[in-house]
Design a binder for this molecule. Structure first.
Ligand code: SAM
Ligand code: SF4
Length: 335
């Protein structure tokens, strides 16, 4: 087979988008994402920054055009800016976009350098503008630090998209404040439906579940919503608020079927390639990375895995409980 043939899965979906988790660690302990006292992986299990670079480079060689770095919190990994700089050599030469998802806590330190090496946009997770609620949700996070980080990113010329997890009884009362703030600050805003990740207690999870259909209906009560045709290959759908011109996204992995156009795969910080966020099947890329300095075995493993990419996920919130619940934490797979 042609070593450079692009990655196409069995359902004719080209794989052009890779999300890579570079650490399972984080300086926050968001309630929906981690237990307060997490057991983190031994350092030797993690891919080194050099291995991560080889891995990303191999995927780019196989047709990946968009790379999103995530975690854990990517910006707490030591040396991560050197990794960003390395990978940025592919921008304009195979890679169209290099981006990251962050909790924003380290952006004051790193925003200018990220912009300088060619990052154009960052996703910052921010569920509330209330300092007390923020501290309660993130356990260890402090809102002013994140707001400073967002301002630093904007000042550096980065576009900031805010991701907010919709949490019943937590930020439902703040819906319009969040929308207004994002409008004033010129940030796009996407709401994420809470997903059954990790073992954080089924009852709590169902308690927090705020369906985005309800959120959307509330928005429609105040604004004129126009559906936008934009598709990212992921679970996000967008509307425009006609009164303000704002774009609002909805990520509803549980209530919508977005799998037909899925163009993405994920790699964990230990080198497991997950072909679907909602399925357990994965391929170990660390072994071929470590077995040889030559990338042939790595590429073959990637191709064989893509050939098993499933048609779709199995998430389902039933009336009684949660079906398709994943045992791994979001910080492991990378959001
Ligand atoms: N630490 C970074 C951050 O918070 O943006 C990147 C990693 S975090 C796992 C990526 C995204 O996953 C965040 O927007 C977070 O809110 C979201 N997330 C974490 N656990 C989730 C869950 N159970 N359901 C839905 N989204 C979740
Ligand atoms: Fe850390 Fe992000 Fe998970 Fe919060 S959502 S605990 S910031 S990895």
């Amino acid at each position: 087979m042609d070593m450079h043939a692009p990655l196409i899965d069995p359902f004719a979906r080209p794989i052009t988008y890779l999300r890579v988790s570079v650490t399972d660690r984080c300086d926050f302990r968001c309630v929906y994402c981690m237990a307060e006292h997490m057991q983190f992986l031994p350092k030797a299990d993690l891919l080194t920054l050099e291995e991560l670079d080889r891995l990303c480079t191999a995927f780019i060689g196989l047709g990946v055009r968009k790379l999103r770095i995530t975690g854990g919190e990517p910006l707490v990994r030591r040396g991560i800016m050197g990794f960003f700089r390395q990978v940025s050599r592919h921008l304009g030469d195979g890679l169209d976009e290099l981006t990251l998802t962050t909790n924003g806590s380290q952006l004051t330190r790193h925003a200018a350098e990220l912009a300088e090496i060619g990052v154009r946009r960052v996703n910052v997770s921010l569920d509330t503008l209330d300092p007390d609620k923020f501290a309660a949700i993130t356990r260890w996070g402090r809102l002013p630090q994140v707001l400073d980080g967002i301002r630093a990113a904007t000042a550096a010329g980065l576009r900031v998209k805010i991701n907010a997890v919709a949490l019943k009884g937590v930020n439902d009362s703040e819906l319009f404040d969040l929308v207004r703030w994002c409008g004033d600050e010129d940030h796009d805003l996407t709401f994420i439906e809470v997903m059954p990740m990790g073992d954080l207690g089924e009852e709590d999870r169902l308690d927090q579940y705020w369906p985005l259909s309800d959120l959307r209906a509330q928005l429609a009560g105040r604004f004129t919503l126009t559906d936008l045709p934009e598709r990212t290959g992921g679970p996000a759908r967008y509307v425009r608020l006609e009164e303000t011109g704002q774009k609002i996204g909805f990520i509803t992995p549980l209530t919508h079927n977005f799998c037909e156009s899925c163009n993405r795969v994920r790699v964990t910080c230990t080198g497991e390639l997950f072909m679907c966020l909602g399925q357990e099947d994965n391929a170990d890329l660390r072994a071929p990375l470590r077995a040889s300095a030559d990338d042939r075995a790595l590429q073959e493993t990637i191709r064989a895995a893509i050939a098993r990419k499933p048609k779709g996920h199995d998430f389902d919130y039933s009336r009684q409980g949660i079906g398709g619940q994943m045992t791994r934490h979001m910080s492991h797979t990378g959001g």
